[in-house]
Ligand binder design. Structure first.
Ligand code: NAG
Ligand code: NAG
Ligand code: NAG
Ligand code: NAG
Ligand code: NAG
Ligand code: NAG
Ligand code: NAG
Length: 403
């Protein structure tokens, strides 16, 4: 998530104190270790408000109570120690805690837990985000093909950067911005199943998205700025990509720098529209677990909704934009996680037998920059392994453990 401002943390505490379902959640059901839970859909939330919309609305809409089954799972966040499921286990939900470390740790613990079998599960990563006014707006819903870890770079404070640098960030192994890194960590770019993304897009489009007049007012400030038409329109569902950064950046120059890096690292095919603090970390774990056969990486959907613009409208300072003015996108972004997300969940359940059980075949490359799942990354100078799985990159290698 990218909370709007400190008020979001107040809101978080308030939610935790007032949602009656959480009290019921304390009653843990007894799930036998032998009887692994195999949800058709696992919703991944990053903090309480993103989770509450599912707890509150699913029963109200007659879709069942996500707090009906609550499974304590070692290694989850101290704040969110349970996986929650519908009574029939068809849908489960976990909250990771915010930013990259929490996301990676929670998803690692969950995917290695012996209480679950996630080999056929669809993962719906569904959170609020900062939004690029060029491609979407407050309350808008974006479904991603790429997740890019944009801040995985060197950084000079902008006051000390050389005159000829467009930004203080520049990729590892390079001597200036706007290049493909020559040293890669492997998590720079994640590519998802485009065919599944497109099916999710059609499902999400059935949603009646919500809006509010205060968000309409803030959007109108972008009205006469070239390239910001999308910002001024009402919420809709769009296809564009997500950037991950632990640093909650805000303002025109950093947003543009990361927009540029997204394009460069995806060989011109990625379109940066949402910012998040977790997606890349969650995806890295899912790639690793896919190598082990514990999850299917072609079953991952990243959906982000715009809670605040990543950069200010004309004549508004970066400071006022982030800290003073009310954008009023937080609540509609949260509501629209549910409204768009539930259509995707219902769509997967309804067509489980005929379509989703066997999977949606990816026609694009999927996976990380290493080509860890086979195939050849179609971004950048990407593949270190020419599409072969890379166990031998680690010396002496995993094979020794097995022999
Ligand atoms: C859980 O179920 C097992 C076997 O059915 C039983 O032995 C155990 O007491 C139960 N634990 C709880 C907390 O109900
Ligand atoms: C489980 O519950 C969901 C939500 O109520 C429902 O849509 C689904 O059909 C159920 N699945 C099975 C296998 O009963
Ligand atoms: C998980 O479920 C699949 C079928 O969906 C099955 O083939 C596999 O053996 C199960 N794994 C475990 C560890 O239960
Ligand atoms: C940018 O400036 C640095 C330091 O002044 C210089 O070494 C470098 O060659 C310049 N890079 C380009 C692309 O001009
Ligand atoms: C982004 O890229 C454009 C086009 O190459 C360039 O003009 C601009 O300075 C870059 N912005 C930043 C902040 O790096
Ligand atoms: C921004 O301020 C300048 C100078 O005060 C003014 O000319 C311009 O019309 C303003 N633009 C917007 C979008 O308000
Ligand atoms: C990047 O895109 C260009 C053309 O748009 C293409 O020729 C090149 O093969 C692509 N690079 C990779 C690594 O796929």
């Amino acid at each position: 998530m990218r909370p709007m401002r400190p008020a979001a943390f107040v809101l978080l505490a308030w939610y935790q104190l007032t949602i009656p379902g959480l009290v019921a959640a304390a009653a843990i059901s007894n799930v036998s270790n032998q009887d692994r839970i195999a949800p058709k859909v696992l919703i991944i939330s990053m903090f309480s408000p993103e989770a509450e919309v599912w707890y509150i609305n699913m029963p109200r809409d007659g879709l069942g109570d996500l707090l009906a089954v609550n499974i304590p799972t070692p290694g989850l966040s101290m704040r969110y120690p349970h996986v929650h499921c519908l009574a029939n286990h068809s849908v489960c939900q976990v909250t990771t805690g915010e930013a990259e470390i929490n996301a990676a740790a929670t998803i690692t613990a969950l995917t290695l837990s012996d209480r679950f079998n996630l080999t056929k599960t669809y993962f719906l990563i569904a959170g609020i985000a900062g939004v690029n006014p060029k491609h979407a707006t407050l309350g808008g819903v974006a479904l991603a093909r790429y997740a890019v870890q944009v801040a995985l770079q060197f950084e000079f404070d902008a006051r000390e950067k050389p005159e000829n640098f467009t930004t203080g960030y520049f990729p590892y192994g390079t001597n200036g911005p706007e290049q493909f890194p020559s040293i890669v960590y492997g998590t720079e770019v994640m590519e998802l199943n485009e065919a599944l993304r497109d099916m999710a897009f059609l499902l999400a489009q059935k949603a009646q998205l919500t809006d509010n007049p205060d968000a309409v007012f803030y959007r109108s400030k972008y009205h006469d700025t070239r390239g910001f038409l999308a910002a001024t329109l009402g919420p809709s569902v769009v296809k564009c990509d997500t950037a991950t950064s632990d640093v909650y950046y805000s303002g025109t120059l950093l947003s543009e720098a990361f927009e540029n890096i997204t394009s460069i690292w995806t060989n011109g095919t990625g379109r940066y529209c949402m910012t998040a603090q977790e997606d890349n970390a969650t995806l890295e774990v899912l790639v690793r677990m896919a190598i082990e056969g514990l999850v299917d990486f072609s079953r991952v959907i990243v959906m982000r909704t715009g809670a605040n613009f990543d950069r200010p409208p004309p004549n508004v300072s970066a400071y006022d934009h982030l800290l003073v003015l009310q954008q009023n996108g937080f609540d509609i972004a949260n509501q629209n996680i549910y409204r768009a997300g539930i259509e995707i969940v219902k769509g997967i359940l309804a067509k489980w037998d005929c379509t989703f059980a066997k999977g949606v075949k990816a026609t694009n490359y999927i996976g990380d920059i290493f080509g860890s799942l086979g195939g050849h990354p179609d971004f950048g100078t990407g593949s270190l392994t020419e599409g072969k799985r890379p166990p031998s990159m680690d010396s002496p290698g995993r094979s020794n453990l097995h022999s």
